[in-house]
Ligand binder design. Structure first.
Ligand code: SF4
Length: 459
Protein backbone atom coordinates (compact mmCIF):
# COMPACT_ATOMS: atom_id res chain seq x y z
CA UNK A 1 0.00 0.00 0.00
CA UNK A 2 1.28 3.46 -0.86
CA UNK A 3 2.47 5.52 2.15
CA UNK A 4 0.81 8.87 2.64
CA UNK A 5 3.06 11.79 1.82
CA UNK A 6 3.46 15.40 2.91
CA UNK A 7 5.02 18.46 1.34
CA UNK A 8 6.01 21.60 3.26
CA UNK A 9 6.86 24.82 1.48
CA UNK A 10 8.81 27.10 3.79
CA UNK A 11 9.19 30.83 3.31
CA UNK A 12 11.26 33.21 5.41
CA UNK A 13 13.64 32.96 8.33
CA UNK A 14 15.30 30.19 10.35
CA UNK A 15 12.44 30.31 12.88
CA UNK A 16 10.12 29.19 10.10
CA UNK A 17 12.58 26.55 8.94
CA UNK A 18 12.63 25.09 12.44
CA UNK A 19 8.82 25.27 12.68
CA UNK A 20 8.65 23.28 9.42
CA UNK A 21 11.00 20.68 10.91
CA UNK A 22 8.72 20.45 13.97
CA UNK A 23 5.63 19.96 11.80
CA UNK A 24 7.42 17.41 9.59
CA UNK A 25 8.36 15.46 12.70
CA UNK A 26 4.74 15.28 13.86
CA UNK A 27 3.63 14.05 10.44
CA UNK A 28 6.39 11.44 10.23
CA UNK A 29 5.45 10.20 13.68
CA UNK A 30 2.00 9.48 12.21
CA UNK A 31 3.57 7.43 9.44
CA UNK A 32 3.62 10.02 6.64
CA UNK A 33 6.70 10.39 4.47
CA UNK A 34 8.14 13.61 3.07
CA UNK A 35 8.05 14.20 -0.68
CA UNK A 36 9.70 16.75 -2.92
CA UNK A 37 6.94 16.41 -5.52
CA UNK A 38 4.04 18.59 -4.49
CA UNK A 39 1.58 16.69 -6.73
CA UNK A 40 2.24 13.52 -4.68
CA UNK A 41 1.28 15.14 -1.39
CA UNK A 42 -1.66 14.08 0.75
CA UNK A 43 -0.95 16.89 3.19
CA UNK A 44 0.42 20.15 1.90
CA UNK A 45 1.55 22.87 4.28
CA UNK A 46 2.45 26.41 3.28
CA UNK A 47 4.62 27.85 6.07
CA UNK A 48 4.36 31.54 5.24
CA UNK A 49 6.37 34.66 6.08
CA UNK A 50 4.87 38.10 6.52
CA UNK A 51 8.13 40.01 6.30
CA UNK A 52 7.88 39.84 2.51
CA UNK A 53 6.26 42.73 0.67
CA UNK A 54 2.61 42.01 -0.23
CA UNK A 55 2.95 38.81 1.78
CA UNK A 56 -0.75 38.16 2.07
CA UNK A 57 -1.42 38.43 -1.68
CA UNK A 58 1.54 36.20 -2.52
CA UNK A 59 0.40 33.56 -0.06
CA UNK A 60 -3.19 33.54 -1.38
CA UNK A 61 -1.94 33.30 -4.92
CA UNK A 62 0.17 30.23 -3.98
CA UNK A 63 -2.80 28.64 -2.20
CA UNK A 64 -4.73 29.19 -5.44
CA UNK A 65 -2.14 27.07 -7.30
CA UNK A 66 -2.44 24.33 -4.67
CA UNK A 67 -6.25 24.33 -4.93
CA UNK A 68 -5.90 23.24 -8.54
CA UNK A 69 -3.90 20.20 -7.38
CA UNK A 70 -6.61 19.37 -4.90
CA UNK A 71 -9.17 18.95 -7.67
CA UNK A 72 -7.15 15.93 -8.91
CA UNK A 73 -6.59 14.55 -5.41
CA UNK A 74 -9.82 14.80 -3.46
CA UNK A 75 -8.44 13.52 -0.11
CA UNK A 76 -5.64 16.07 -0.04
CA UNK A 77 -5.46 18.58 2.84
CA UNK A 78 -4.01 22.08 2.53
CA UNK A 79 -2.94 24.01 5.63
CA UNK A 80 -1.82 27.60 5.87
CA UNK A 81 0.83 27.99 8.59
CA UNK A 82 3.36 30.63 9.67
CA UNK A 83 3.11 34.37 10.19
CA UNK A 84 0.50 35.10 7.52
CA UNK A 85 -1.69 32.40 9.13
CA UNK A 86 -1.54 34.31 12.42
CA UNK A 87 -2.31 37.56 10.62
CA UNK A 88 -5.33 36.40 8.61
CA UNK A 89 -6.76 33.60 10.82
CA UNK A 90 -10.40 32.74 10.14
CA UNK A 91 -10.47 35.21 7.23
CA UNK A 92 -8.38 32.75 5.18
CA UNK A 93 -10.90 29.94 5.72
CA UNK A 94 -13.76 32.26 4.75
CA UNK A 95 -11.96 33.39 1.63
CA UNK A 96 -10.73 29.97 0.41
CA UNK A 97 -13.28 27.14 0.87
CA UNK A 98 -10.67 24.56 -0.21
CA UNK A 99 -8.29 25.54 2.59
CA UNK A 100 -8.51 22.87 5.33
CA UNK A 101 -7.00 24.68 8.30
CA UNK A 102 -4.96 27.63 9.50
CA UNK A 103 -2.19 27.10 12.05
CA UNK A 104 -0.30 30.08 13.53
CA UNK A 105 3.35 29.95 14.64
CA UNK A 106 2.30 29.80 18.31
CA UNK A 107 0.41 26.56 17.57
CA UNK A 108 3.01 24.56 15.66
CA UNK A 109 3.05 21.91 18.37
CA UNK A 110 -0.69 21.33 17.84
CA UNK A 111 -0.61 20.15 14.24
CA UNK A 112 -1.75 16.64 15.14
CA UNK A 113 -4.87 17.93 16.92
CA UNK A 114 -5.62 20.29 14.05
CA UNK A 115 -5.45 17.42 11.52
CA UNK A 116 -7.62 15.24 13.74
CA UNK A 117 -10.22 18.00 13.95
CA UNK A 118 -10.21 18.29 10.17
CA UNK A 119 -10.64 14.54 9.80
CA UNK A 120 -13.66 14.89 12.08
CA UNK A 121 -15.09 17.52 9.76
CA UNK A 122 -13.99 20.76 11.47
CA UNK A 123 -11.97 23.49 9.76
CA UNK A 124 -9.96 25.23 12.49
CA UNK A 125 -8.25 28.60 12.47
CA UNK A 126 -5.82 27.71 15.22
CA UNK A 127 -3.95 30.93 16.07
CA UNK A 128 -2.77 32.87 19.14
CA UNK A 129 -0.02 32.29 21.65
CA UNK A 130 -1.01 29.91 24.46
CA UNK A 131 1.08 29.75 27.63
CA UNK A 132 1.49 25.99 27.58
CA UNK A 133 3.02 24.60 24.41
CA UNK A 134 4.09 21.23 23.18
CA UNK A 135 7.76 21.39 22.32
CA UNK A 136 8.89 17.85 21.67
CA UNK A 137 12.56 17.73 20.81
CA UNK A 138 12.35 14.07 19.83
CA UNK A 139 9.89 14.73 17.02
CA UNK A 140 11.75 17.47 15.16
CA UNK A 141 12.70 16.22 11.68
CA UNK A 142 16.11 17.88 11.57
CA UNK A 143 17.07 19.05 8.13
CA UNK A 144 20.59 18.57 6.82
CA UNK A 145 23.75 17.03 8.04
CA UNK A 146 25.40 19.41 10.38
CA UNK A 147 23.42 22.28 11.90
CA UNK A 148 20.92 21.83 14.71
CA UNK A 149 18.73 24.86 15.35
CA UNK A 150 17.39 25.47 18.86
CA UNK A 151 14.75 28.10 19.60
CA UNK A 152 15.54 29.78 22.90
CA UNK A 153 13.09 32.69 22.80
CA UNK A 154 9.97 33.28 20.73
CA UNK A 155 8.08 36.48 19.90
CA UNK A 156 9.17 40.06 20.48
CA UNK A 157 8.13 42.83 22.90
CA UNK A 158 9.81 45.64 20.99
CA UNK A 159 7.84 47.96 18.81
CA UNK A 160 10.06 48.89 15.87
CA UNK A 161 7.71 50.96 13.75
CA UNK A 162 8.36 49.06 10.50
CA UNK A 163 8.03 45.54 11.87
CA UNK A 164 5.10 43.14 11.94
CA UNK A 165 6.82 40.39 13.93
CA UNK A 166 5.36 41.33 17.36
CA UNK A 167 1.89 40.83 15.83
CA UNK A 168 2.62 37.60 13.99
CA UNK A 169 4.94 35.93 16.52
CA UNK A 170 3.36 37.32 19.69
CA UNK A 171 4.93 38.51 22.93
CA UNK A 172 8.33 37.32 24.09
CA UNK A 173 8.49 33.87 25.68
CA UNK A 174 11.84 32.43 26.80
CA UNK A 175 12.29 28.67 27.08
CA UNK A 176 13.83 27.39 30.34
CA UNK A 177 17.59 26.86 30.39
CA UNK A 178 17.26 23.22 31.40
CA UNK A 179 15.11 22.33 28.36
CA UNK A 180 17.44 24.25 26.03
CA UNK A 181 20.48 22.38 27.35
CA UNK A 182 18.61 19.08 27.06
CA UNK A 183 17.92 19.82 23.38
CA UNK A 184 21.55 20.85 22.76
CA UNK A 185 22.82 17.61 24.35
CA UNK A 186 20.31 15.64 22.27
CA UNK A 187 21.65 17.23 19.06
CA UNK A 188 25.27 16.67 20.04
CA UNK A 189 24.51 13.03 20.84
CA UNK A 190 23.17 12.59 17.32
CA UNK A 191 26.36 14.06 15.87
CA UNK A 192 25.43 17.64 14.95
CA UNK A 193 28.58 19.73 15.05
CA UNK A 194 27.01 23.17 14.87
CA UNK A 195 24.35 24.52 17.20
CA UNK A 196 22.44 27.65 16.20
CA UNK A 197 20.40 29.39 18.90
CA UNK A 198 17.36 31.17 17.50
CA UNK A 199 15.16 34.06 18.56
CA UNK A 200 13.80 37.29 17.08
CA UNK A 201 15.80 39.03 19.81
CA UNK A 202 17.98 36.11 20.80
CA UNK A 203 20.13 38.04 23.25
CA UNK A 204 17.08 39.17 25.23
CA UNK A 205 16.65 35.62 26.54
CA UNK A 206 15.94 35.42 30.29
CA UNK A 207 15.44 32.33 32.44
CA UNK A 208 11.68 32.29 33.14
CA UNK A 209 11.26 33.19 36.81
CA UNK A 210 15.06 33.24 37.30
CA UNK A 211 17.98 35.64 37.08
CA UNK A 212 20.10 34.07 34.31
CA UNK A 213 20.44 36.02 31.08
CA UNK A 214 21.81 35.30 27.60
CA UNK A 215 25.44 35.58 28.81
CA UNK A 216 24.80 32.70 31.23
CA UNK A 217 23.04 30.70 28.51
CA UNK A 218 25.89 31.25 26.03
CA UNK A 219 28.38 30.12 28.65
CA UNK A 220 26.38 26.97 29.47
CA UNK A 221 25.83 25.98 25.82
CA UNK A 222 29.44 26.71 24.82
CA UNK A 223 30.66 24.50 27.67
CA UNK A 224 28.44 21.58 26.66
CA UNK A 225 30.78 18.78 25.55
CA UNK A 226 30.54 18.14 21.81
CA UNK A 227 29.39 21.64 20.77
CA UNK A 228 32.08 22.34 18.21
CA UNK A 229 30.50 25.43 16.69
CA UNK A 230 27.98 27.75 18.31
CA UNK A 231 26.17 30.60 16.57
CA UNK A 232 23.09 32.65 17.40
CA UNK A 233 20.72 34.92 15.58
CA UNK A 234 19.24 37.60 15.73
CA UNK A 235 20.91 39.91 18.24
CA UNK A 236 19.41 43.24 19.18
CA UNK A 237 22.14 45.89 19.61
CA UNK A 238 20.62 47.52 22.71
CA UNK A 239 20.39 44.18 24.52
CA UNK A 240 24.09 43.34 24.18
CA UNK A 241 25.65 43.54 27.65
CA UNK A 242 29.39 43.62 28.50
CA UNK A 243 29.04 40.07 29.92
CA UNK A 244 27.76 38.82 26.55
CA UNK A 245 30.69 40.45 24.78
CA UNK A 246 33.00 38.79 27.30
CA UNK A 247 31.52 35.34 26.58
CA UNK A 248 32.25 35.77 22.86
CA UNK A 249 35.89 36.33 23.76
CA UNK A 250 36.05 33.42 26.22
CA UNK A 251 34.77 30.54 24.09
CA UNK A 252 36.60 29.65 20.85
CA UNK A 253 33.66 27.47 19.76
CA UNK A 254 31.44 30.58 19.54
CA UNK A 255 31.97 31.42 15.87
CA UNK A 256 33.63 34.72 14.95
CA UNK A 257 30.52 35.89 13.17
CA UNK A 258 27.69 38.06 14.44
CA UNK A 259 24.57 39.37 12.77
CA UNK A 260 23.85 42.74 14.35
CA UNK A 261 21.04 44.60 12.56
CA UNK A 262 21.50 48.38 12.62
CA UNK A 263 18.76 49.30 10.07
CA UNK A 264 20.01 52.89 9.51
CA UNK A 265 23.13 54.97 10.05
CA UNK A 266 21.14 58.03 11.14
CA UNK A 267 20.05 58.75 14.72
CA UNK A 268 16.97 60.64 13.55
CA UNK A 269 15.84 57.71 11.36
CA UNK A 270 16.54 55.29 14.24
CA UNK A 271 14.28 57.45 16.43
CA UNK A 272 11.49 57.25 13.86
CA UNK A 273 12.02 53.49 13.73
CA UNK A 274 11.84 53.40 17.59
CA UNK A 275 14.99 51.29 17.72
CA UNK A 276 16.09 52.63 21.10
CA UNK A 277 19.83 53.05 20.40
CA UNK A 278 22.06 55.59 18.73
CA UNK A 279 24.78 55.15 16.15
CA UNK A 280 27.31 56.19 18.80
CA UNK A 281 26.12 53.32 21.01
CA UNK A 282 26.17 50.88 18.09
CA UNK A 283 29.71 51.84 17.10
CA UNK A 284 30.88 51.57 20.69
CA UNK A 285 29.49 48.02 20.79
CA UNK A 286 31.19 47.16 17.49
CA UNK A 287 34.51 48.44 18.82
CA UNK A 288 34.18 46.45 22.05
CA UNK A 289 33.27 43.29 20.15
CA UNK A 290 36.23 43.68 17.83
CA UNK A 291 38.60 44.40 20.71
CA UNK A 292 37.41 41.16 22.34
CA UNK A 293 37.44 39.07 19.17
CA UNK A 294 39.59 40.67 16.46
CA UNK A 295 38.62 38.06 13.83
CA UNK A 296 34.90 38.80 14.23
CA UNK A 297 32.94 39.20 10.98
CA UNK A 298 29.83 41.34 11.29
CA UNK A 299 26.73 41.37 9.14
CA UNK A 300 23.74 43.66 9.34
CA UNK A 301 20.26 44.55 8.07
CA UNK A 302 19.58 47.95 6.50
CA UNK A 303 16.37 49.63 5.38
CA UNK A 304 16.74 52.48 2.88
CA UNK A 305 13.99 54.92 1.95
CA UNK A 306 12.34 54.80 5.39
CA UNK A 307 9.62 57.50 5.61
CA UNK A 308 11.18 60.95 5.78
CA UNK A 309 14.74 59.72 5.00
CA UNK A 310 16.63 62.72 3.61
CA UNK A 311 19.73 62.63 1.41
CA UNK A 312 21.72 63.64 4.49
CA UNK A 313 20.31 60.81 6.58
CA UNK A 314 20.99 58.33 3.81
CA UNK A 315 24.57 59.65 3.55
CA UNK A 316 24.97 58.79 7.24
CA UNK A 317 23.99 55.19 6.46
CA UNK A 318 26.55 55.03 3.66
CA UNK A 319 29.17 56.46 6.02
CA UNK A 320 28.30 53.80 8.61
CA UNK A 321 28.72 51.02 6.04
CA UNK A 322 32.15 52.43 5.13
CA UNK A 323 33.14 52.82 8.77
CA UNK A 324 32.09 49.36 10.05
CA UNK A 325 33.04 47.40 6.92
CA UNK A 326 30.47 44.65 7.35
CA UNK A 327 31.32 41.25 5.91
CA UNK A 328 27.76 41.06 4.59
CA UNK A 329 24.66 43.24 4.51
CA UNK A 330 21.00 42.48 3.91
CA UNK A 331 19.63 45.75 2.57
CA UNK A 332 16.05 46.42 1.47
CA UNK A 333 13.90 49.28 0.28
CA UNK A 334 11.36 50.21 2.93
CA UNK A 335 7.88 48.90 2.21
CA UNK A 336 4.90 49.28 4.54
CA UNK A 337 3.48 46.37 6.54
CA UNK A 338 -0.16 46.30 7.59
CA UNK A 339 -0.77 47.13 11.24
CA UNK A 340 2.59 48.86 11.80
CA UNK A 341 3.16 52.51 12.75
CA UNK A 342 5.66 53.56 10.07
CA UNK A 343 3.16 53.89 7.18
CA UNK A 344 1.54 56.79 9.10
CA UNK A 345 4.81 58.75 9.21
CA UNK A 346 5.00 61.80 6.92
CA UNK A 347 7.14 62.29 3.81
CA UNK A 348 7.28 58.87 2.18
CA UNK A 349 10.34 58.42 -0.04
CA UNK A 350 9.61 57.93 -3.74
CA UNK A 351 10.34 54.35 -4.86
CA UNK A 352 12.84 55.45 -7.53
CA UNK A 353 14.83 57.42 -4.95
CA UNK A 354 14.82 54.47 -2.54
CA UNK A 355 15.89 52.21 -5.43
CA UNK A 356 18.80 54.48 -6.29
CA UNK A 357 19.91 54.57 -2.65
CA UNK A 358 19.76 50.79 -2.44
CA UNK A 359 22.03 50.52 -5.49
CA UNK A 360 24.48 52.95 -3.88
CA UNK A 361 24.59 50.78 -0.74
CA UNK A 362 25.15 47.63 -2.79
CA UNK A 363 27.94 49.28 -4.80
CA UNK A 364 29.74 50.46 -1.65
CA UNK A 365 29.32 47.04 -0.03
CA UNK A 366 30.63 45.15 -3.05
CA UNK A 367 33.96 46.98 -2.83
CA UNK A 368 34.17 46.37 0.92
CA UNK A 369 33.40 42.66 0.59
CA UNK A 370 35.92 42.25 -2.20
CA UNK A 371 38.58 43.86 -0.04
CA UNK A 372 37.68 41.95 3.16
CA UNK A 373 37.58 38.64 1.29
CA UNK A 374 40.90 39.53 -0.39
CA UNK A 375 42.47 39.85 3.07
CA UNK A 376 41.72 36.16 3.63
CA UNK A 377 43.77 34.90 0.67
CA UNK A 378 46.59 32.65 1.88
CA UNK A 379 44.93 31.97 5.23
CA UNK A 380 43.83 28.55 6.49
CA UNK A 381 40.23 28.60 7.63
CA UNK A 382 38.17 26.02 9.45
CA UNK A 383 35.33 25.00 7.14
CA UNK A 384 32.18 23.01 7.73
CA UNK A 385 31.51 20.88 4.64
CA UNK A 386 27.92 21.56 3.57
CA UNK A 387 27.57 20.16 0.04
CA UNK A 388 29.00 19.15 -3.31
CA UNK A 389 30.10 21.76 -5.83
CA UNK A 390 28.78 22.14 -9.37
CA UNK A 391 32.10 21.03 -10.81
CA UNK A 392 33.13 17.40 -10.37
CA UNK A 393 35.49 16.84 -7.46
CA UNK A 394 34.59 20.06 -5.65
CA UNK A 395 32.77 20.71 -2.41
CA UNK A 396 31.30 23.75 -0.72
CA UNK A 397 31.27 24.78 2.88
CA UNK A 398 30.94 27.61 5.37
CA UNK A 399 33.89 29.14 7.13
CA UNK A 400 33.44 29.86 10.83
CA UNK A 401 33.04 33.53 9.83
CA UNK A 402 30.07 32.40 7.69
CA UNK A 403 31.57 32.85 4.22
CA UNK A 404 30.76 30.43 1.44
CA UNK A 405 33.87 28.64 0.20
CA UNK A 406 34.31 26.27 -2.76
CA UNK A 407 37.24 23.87 -2.66
CA UNK A 408 38.69 20.74 -4.24
CA UNK A 409 37.28 17.74 -2.44
CA UNK A 410 40.42 15.63 -2.00
CA UNK A 411 40.48 11.85 -2.00
CA UNK A 412 38.68 10.43 -0.20
CA UNK A 413 36.40 13.45 0.00
CA UNK A 414 35.33 14.54 3.48
CA UNK A 415 31.73 13.73 4.42
CA UNK A 416 29.12 16.45 4.68
CA UNK A 417 29.16 17.88 8.16
CA UNK A 418 32.89 17.41 8.73
CA UNK A 419 35.13 20.25 9.88
CA UNK A 420 38.17 20.58 7.62
CA UNK A 421 40.96 23.09 7.01
CA UNK A 422 40.95 24.95 3.71
CA UNK A 423 43.56 27.42 2.44
CA UNK A 424 42.01 30.39 0.66
CA UNK A 425 43.43 30.76 -2.85
CA UNK A 426 41.13 33.35 -4.39
CA UNK A 427 38.56 35.86 -3.20
CA UNK A 428 35.35 36.83 -4.98
CA UNK A 429 32.92 39.45 -3.63
CA UNK A 430 30.43 36.83 -2.44
CA UNK A 431 32.50 33.68 -1.93
CA UNK A 432 35.98 32.23 -1.64
CA UNK A 433 37.87 29.56 -3.55
CA UNK A 434 40.27 27.30 -1.68
CA UNK A 435 42.22 24.09 -1.39
CA UNK A 436 41.75 21.40 1.24
CA UNK A 437 44.80 21.25 3.49
CA UNK A 438 43.66 18.94 6.25
CA UNK A 439 40.69 16.58 6.53
CA UNK A 440 39.79 14.32 9.45
CA UNK A 441 40.98 10.74 9.15
CA UNK A 442 37.75 9.05 10.20
CA UNK A 443 34.81 9.59 7.89
CA UNK A 444 31.67 10.85 9.57
CA UNK A 445 28.53 8.76 9.61
CA UNK A 446 25.76 10.49 7.65
CA UNK A 447 22.86 11.69 9.78
CA UNK A 448 20.27 11.73 7.03
CA UNK A 449 18.91 8.27 7.84
CA UNK A 450 17.69 9.59 11.16
CA UNK A 451 16.77 13.08 10.00
CA UNK A 452 15.28 12.88 6.51
CA UNK A 453 15.56 15.93 4.32
CA UNK A 454 12.48 18.11 4.25
CA UNK A 455 10.49 19.18 1.26
CA UNK A 456 11.70 22.07 -0.89
CA UNK A 457 12.47 25.30 0.92
CA UNK A 458 11.62 28.58 -0.73
CA UNK A 459 14.09 30.90 1.01
S1 SF4 B 1 13.28 43.86 17.55
FE1 SF4 B 1 12.13 45.21 16.17
S2 SF4 B 1 12.69 44.45 14.10
FE2 SF4 B 1 13.23 42.81 15.57
S3 SF4 B 1 11.44 41.47 15.65
FE3 SF4 B 1 11.21 42.95 17.33
S4 SF4 B 1 9.98 44.63 16.49
FE4 SF4 B 1 10.76 43.41 14.74
Amino acid sequence: MRSRRFFIETWGCQMNELDSQRMAGQLMEQGLLPTRAVEEADILLLNSCSVRENAENKVFSRIGEYRDLKRDRPGMMIGLCGCVAQQVGQRALDRVPDLDFVLGPGRVGELRETLAARAAGRRLAHVGFPEEKHYEIDTIARDGEYKGMVTIIEGCNKKCTFCIVPTTRGPERSRPLATILEEVRHLVDYGFVEIELLGQTVNHWREPGGSEDFADLLDAVARTPGVRRLRFVTSYPRDFTPRMVEQIGLHPNIVPYLHLPVQSGSDSVLRRMARGYTIGGYLDLVDRLRATRPDLALSTDLIVGFPGETEGEFAETLALVERVRFAQIYAFKYSPRPGTAAPRLPDPVQPEIAGRRLQQIFAAQEGIQRSLNGDLVGRDLQVLVTGWGREAGTQTGRTSCNRVIHFSAGSPAPSLGELVDVRVAKALPHSLIGRLTNAPEASREPLSARFPILAESNR
